[in-house]
Write a protein that binds this ligand. Structure first.
Ligand SMILES: NC(=O)c1ccc[n+]([C@@H]2O[C@H](COP(=O)([O-])OP(=O)(O)OC[C@H]3O[C@@H](n4cnc5c(N)ncnc54)[C@H](OP(=O)(O)O)[C@@H]3O)[C@@H](O)[C@H]2O)c1
Length: 265
């Protein structure tokens, strides 16, 4: 299959490109910087916020392969801090990279997938796309946007034989933690005493989190499935439980549990 993956310089993208190329697929992956290349993988240099660059990259794939079977929309980043202290620029980067990046990639591949009468769109959401995480509010907002968009996309593209799947990882140990852009000004810590503890907890959970290969193998499974499910939570048991509790508990109870979790060591 011909597979287009965004953000393969590290983490899930890197491991997914590795697994899928080893399985014999034609893998095209995007990077923004020089990386040690994986054998068999073809690299495209772009920032997903640039719609034109994404269109050109997909055009390049079509010229070489005449088709595109799978989009794995993985590229993303996070900002951290009290919502009140995020700057307009930071918020735009968050939404542009995570949400508009997906829109750019989907817009670029859809005309070809519709014409083929087949295709798979796999989007990296997050457990944070199912619940608003304190001090990662704009990150959550970008993933909630992905969830709403993909739910609609799934219905619109079904008649063309295209499937849409969202992968919702919990905490994983990747480059994501180090590249998070955090509010570091004293005022943010002074005004929100809970911020320090919460961000330490988040980073502790991520760095001690699961290995990104688990997500890569889940994506490879979805690629192989004829009828993949719409959504998969890939996480520890506790995090899967939190998703379940969010669905069944009154909002007030769930908020109390989540608040307590991020306010404890
Ligand atoms: N790690 C977790 O615990 C976790 C949990 C849930 C969901 N996720 C999601 O999983 C996806 C992958 O994250 P990861 O954990 O593998 O983190 P990662 O190791 O930091 O990888 C992120 C990748 O996205 C690329 N990227 C970021 N912004 C980009 C942009 N504007 N244009 C093009 N590429 C861009 C990065 O490229 P550079 O190297 O150039 O920055 C990198 O290749 C993200 O969508 C993230 O939100 C992660």
């Amino acid at each position: 299959m011909v597979i287009f993956i965004t953000g393969i310089s590290s983490g899930f993208g890197l491991e997914t490109a590795r697994v899928l190329s080893q399985e014999g697929h034609a893998v095209y992956g995007t990077v923004r910087r020089d990386v040690a290349p994986l054998p068999q993988v073809k690299y495209l240099r772009l920032d997903v916020r640039d719609a034109k660059a994404v269109q050109q990259a997909v055009q390049q794939i079509i010229e070489a392969e005449s088709r595109i079977d799978v989009l794995v929309n993985n590229a993303g980043m996070g900002i951290g801090g009290p919502l009140e202290f995020a700057t307009e620029e930071e918020i735009r980067e968050q939404m542009d990279a995570n949400f508009m990046g997906l829109v750019h990639c989907v817009d670029a591949v859809l005309p070809y997938m519709r014409k083929q009468g087949s295709g798979k769109i796999i989007a990296l959401s997050s457990i944070g796309g199912l619940m608003g995480l304190p001090f990662q509010g704009f990150y959550s907002a970008s993933k909630f946007a992905i969830e709403g968009y993909c739910e609609a996309l799934r219905l619109e593209t079904k008649p063309f034989g295209i499937t849409v799947t969202v992968i919702r990882p919990g905490d994983f140990s990747t480059g994501f933690t180090d590249s998070r852009k955090k509010a570091t000004n004293d005022e943010a810590f002074r005004a929100y005493p809970a911020y320090q503890k919460a961000i330490e907890k988040v980073e502790h959970d991520e760095t001690g989190g699961l290995k990104p290969q688990i997500v890569a193998h889940k994506i490879s499974k979805v690629v192989r499935m004829k009828h993949p499910r719409y959504g998969y939570v890939v996480s520890s048991f506790e995090q899967r439980l939190s998703v379940f509790l969010k669905q069944i508990l009154p909002a007030k109870w769930f908020a109390a549990i989540l608040g307590k979790y991020y306010n404890s060591k």
